[in-house]
Write a protein that binds this ligand. Sequence first.
Ligand code: NAP
Length: 346
Amino acid sequence: MATHKALVLPEKFGKFVVRDVPTPKAGPGELLVEVRATSLNPIDWKAQEYGIAITEYPAVLGLDAAGVVKEVGEGVAGFAAGDQVLYQGSIAITQANFQQYSIVPAEITAKLPSNFTLEQAAAIPSVFITAAFGLYNGQTATGELRGAGLTPPWEEGGRSKYAGTPILIIGGSSSVGQQVIQLAKLSGFSPIIATASLKNTDFLKSLGATHVIDRNAPLAPSVKAIISEPIKYIYEAISLKETQDAAYELLAPGGTLILVLPTVLDEKNADKSKILAQVFASAHDPKQRKAGVKLYKNLTALLESGAIKPNHVEVLPNGLSGIPEGLERLKADKVSATKLVAQPWA
Ligand SMILES: NC(=O)c1ccc[n+]([C@@H]2O[C@H](COP(=O)([O-])OP(=O)(O)OC[C@H]3O[C@@H](n4cnc5c(N)ncnc54)[C@H](OP(=O)(O)O)[C@@H]3O)[C@@H](O)[C@H]2O)c1
C-alpha cells in the first residue's frame, strides 16, 4: 500500500508526531493532490489544545493547501494531473492538509493564479472563505445566520453596490481581516475603518482600509472621531469578549455584527433589532456548499486580477515537523499580519 508522511495527532490533547499514513485514491468527483504548501490557522492549535472540531483519532489537521493534482477521480471535468491548485480541506483524515497528499472535491478547488506562488496561494482559502461567507452568505435552510447576506462583487450588480456605506472591521491585520478589507473595497464600502496595531497602518491602507485605528485604544471615541452615526455593518474578525462588547455598542439598530467565534454578548442588554451572524467558514458544509462552489468558480480570476492580493507569508523551516512551533506562536499572539506556511515535502 502506498503511504506518505503526515503530522498526526494520535489522541485527544496528544502531541503531534510525523508518521506514515496510507495514501488514498481519488473517488468520483475528487482530486488527489500533492500538497506542496499548507498554511496554519488558529483552529489547528485550538483543536489540539481544547479537543474541539475533531471527531476521530488519530487525526490530521491543517485546512489550507496549494499543490499539484496527482490523480483525477471519475466524472471530474476541468482538471488534469499536473495542474496546480489551491483549496480548503477539512478535519477529516484524508482531507486535512498537514500531510503530503490530500483529497478534495473538484468543485471546491481553484486553479493556481499565475501571479501567486504555491506558498502565497496556501494562505488564501480558509481566510478568504471566512471573509466572503461572513459578508455574503445569509441564513441557511435550517435557520442559522452565517453572514450579512450582501450581494458578492462577483455577482451581477454586486461590484461597488455598497458605495457610501461605512464598515468597521475589528482585527483588520488578522488574516481574516485582511480579506474582509479587500472584499469591502470591491463591494464599494466607504469609509473602511479597521482596528490593528498602528505599525500595520500602511499595509492595511494598501489593501483598501481608509482609516486604521489603534487596537489598544478605546474603540468608541476612535471610531466616532471618524464617523458620528452608528455603523450598520461590523465585521468582528477577533470576537473576544472585549472586542464583541465594543463592536456591539457601535452597531446601529438594525445593523449586522458578523462574528467569527460564538457570541459572548450579554443577552440581557441585547437590542433585539441588532443582528448577529456567526460565520462557519467551510465550503464542505452541505448547507453552504452552493455558495462555496460559486466562490471557487470566481476565486482564480479574483486573485489573478489583483483584486485580492497575496498575504505576507512566512515559510516555516523543517517541513511538517516545523508546524507545532508555528502553532505555538499563533497561540501566543506572536504573529502579526502574516500567514505561517509549511512545506510538507521539505
Ligand atoms: N468561524 C470560522 O469559521 C472561522 C474561520 C477562520 C478563523 N476564525 C477565527 O477568526 C479569528 C482570526 O483568525 P485569523 O486566522 O485571522 O487570525 P490571525 O491572523 O492569527 O490573527 C493575528 C492578528 O490578530 C490581530 N489581533 C489580535 N488581537 C486583536 C485585538 N484585540 N484587536 C484587533 N486585532 C487583534 C493581530 O493584530 P496586530 O498584529 O495588528 O496587533 C494579528 O495581526 C480566530 O479566532 C479564528 O479561530 C473563525
